[in-house]
Design a protein around this ligand. Structure first.
Ligand SMILES: [Fe+2]
Length: 261
């Protein structure tokens, strides 16, 4: 049986259950996506949340997230986004808050989590210390590996979004090139599905559990695609398959005329 992972990202939750962003009640759309993800089979082995967890960065928002994740009874791992508070993540999510560089072994696979967030910035960065730690870790562990972080390490061909990826993403890509056991690098932040091959490594962006950005857009633009998540099936021989799964006809629509958030 493959290991089934569910990546949910960019929840943008609020402490208040009715909190909205760009016209979407983010707690409702997160719960709908989570329910869909948990309803399909085979049963998931773990949940991965790749940042922008709590938009208003409130204790109530992180407490809600902790309780919701606990109810799934699945191992779960959370990395920080640009809309997150590291201290509150530590307090409320405890050992589920992973970073600045963390390795977790699940079955035959290594999952590596990187905190690419930079306080006060929407863009991402990996420090020299993180890069050194990652380099050591990859040199010492040859099991098939997936790397999760919030920001995109390669351009996604969307000019406004590409000003706020990982500013030294090229270093990450070059390091991974030297370590063929890295099968995929996965991120959130871009609120859209994205996929490019970099040698033997897949570089994968995942839709948000709330509103989506229009792929390929030069400027900020909202897309009509419904909320979704990414499913990953990881096989013992080191290959994997993945697909994006979205809600059907989600009733609440984001404000398409918005010019920013
Ligand atoms: Fe986001």
């Amino acid at each position: 049986m493959p290991l089934r992972l569910l990546q949910l990202t960019d929840l943008h939750l609020f402490g208040d259950s009715s909190g909205q962003l760009l016209g979407m009640t983010t707690r409702d759309s997160f719960e709908a996506v989570l329910e869909l993800a948990l309803s399909s089979s085979p049963p998931a082995g773990a949940l991965i949340l790749s940042g922008d967890l709590v938009h208003d960065e409130t204790p109530a928002g992180y407490r809600y997230l902790r309780e919701t994740l606990k109810r799934t009874e699945l191992p779960h791992f959370c990395v920080a986004g640009n809309h997150d508070d590291l201290a509150l993540m530590d307090t409320y999510l405890g050992s589920a808050a992973v970073g600045p560089v963390a390795l977790r072994r699940l079955d035959d696979w290594n999952l590596v989590f990187l905190d690419s967030s930079v306080p006060g910035s929407d863009g991402g960065h990996l420090t020299e210390a993180q890069m050194n730690q990652l380099s050591d870790l990859l040199a010492g562990n040859s099991a098939p590996t997936m790397i999760f972080l919030h920001h995109h390490p390669v351009p996604i061909q969307s000019a406004w979004m590409d000003t706020m990826g990982v500013d030294n993403g090229t270093e990450l890509m070059e390091l991974c090139e030297q370590h063929p056991q890295v099968k995929a690098i996965l991120f959130g932040h871009v609120h859209q599905a994205f996929m490019v091959r970099h040698g033997g490594c897949s570089v994968l962006g995942t839709p948000s559990t709330c509103f989506q950005f229009l792929p390929g857009s030069k400027d900020f633009a909202i897309d009509t695609s419904p909320p979704g998540y990414r499913e990953l099936l990881l096989y013992p021989d080191g290959h994997f398959t993945t697909e994006i799964v979205r809600l059907d006809q989600y009733a609440e629509q984001p404000l398409h005329q918005a010019e920013g958030y």
